[in-house]
Ligand binder design. Structure first.
Ligand code: KIV
Ligand code: NA
Length: 264
């Protein structure tokens, strides 16, 4: 069992202590993140970009995520690990259950899915069968070809209200954690208040219950394109360990993200 549980993440939310999360893809970084006390590690399908060199997450397979989940689990035997379900591996509840089983058996504590209302049945099917679910709303990178690019989501009232109602519906269906990506600060705060499950933001402002970044981005390794919400924590701290520690400290104290890393 992980040394941090969903119950503890919930308690952090209640006590207004920020949750720290980073992506992890291999045993060495997972070991370091565990040693420094990162609360949650995500085996993100962002590995399609940062490890595989694709220009989206669409080519990533369930076996890719399972392989990296096994690597991360070996490096961090006690940590809370979320595995991303890749593009088109959860288009029906049955298909989702089959693929989630592989990820759970690879060592994940929870799986993450991108989408709102269309996933209510799937979230229910997974959670009733013993698979904890993290939902993901706002910018959905797997849908980049429908969205027409990586853009801030939920800026108008109708979109914002839809996001809130989908968050509530996903929680009602059984989701126990929510990631929100690239939404205005005010909406990040609203969604965190609207649900009991902890809400972890990326580009969602400082008022969500926690923060996540892609590890390569926070180490300044993504040279060609840096989204606004990314901060290079290595630049000032001089070592990888120092960068991760500063990220943890700055998220915990609320120093990160600042307005320069947030959208209105
Ligand atoms: O794949 C990923 O890294 C993610 C985070 C950006 C939340 O889904
Ligand atoms: Na992802």
């Amino acid at each position: 069992m992980a040394n941090i549980s969903i119950a503890q993440l919930r308690k952090k939310k209640l006590n207004q202590q920020k949750i720290t999360a980073l992506t992890a893809y291999d045993a060495t970084f997972a070991r370091l993140f565990a040693k420094l006390g990162v609360d949650v590690m995500l085996v993100g399908d962002s590995l399609g970009n940062v490890l595989q060199g694709h220009d989206s997450t669409v080519p990533v397979t369930n076996d890719d995520i399972a392989y990296h989940t096994r690597c991360v689990r070996r490096g961090a035997p006690e940590s809370f690990i979320i595995a991303d379900m890749p593009f088109m591996t959860y288009s029906s509840p049955e298909q989702a259950c089959e693929h989630a089983a592989v990820l759970m058996q690879a060592g994940a504590n929870m799986v993450k899915l991108e989408g709102g209302e269309w996933l209510f049945d799937t979230v229910n099917a997974l959670t009733t069968r013993g698979v904890p679910v993290c939902a993901h709303l706002g910018l959905l990178p797997q849908s980049v070809n429908v969205l027409g690019g990586y853009k801030v989501q939920g800026r108008d009232d109708e979109q914002a209200n839809t996001l809130i109602s989908h968050a509530k519906g996903l929680e009602h269906a059984g989701a126990q954690l929510l990631v929100v990506e690239c939404i205005p600060t005010a909406l990040g705060e609203r969604v965190a208040q609207a649900v009991e499950m902890p809400v972890i933001g990326i580009g969602a402002g400082k008022n969500t219950d926690g923060q996540i970044l892609v590890m390569h981005d926070m180490l300044g390794l993504n040279s060609d394109y840096l989204p606004k919400f990314v901060k290079n924590f290595l630049a000032d701290s001089g070592s990888i360990e120092g960068a991760v520690q500063t990220f943890i400290d700055d998220v915990t104290t609320g120093a990160f993200p600042g307005p320069e890393h947030s959208f209105d």
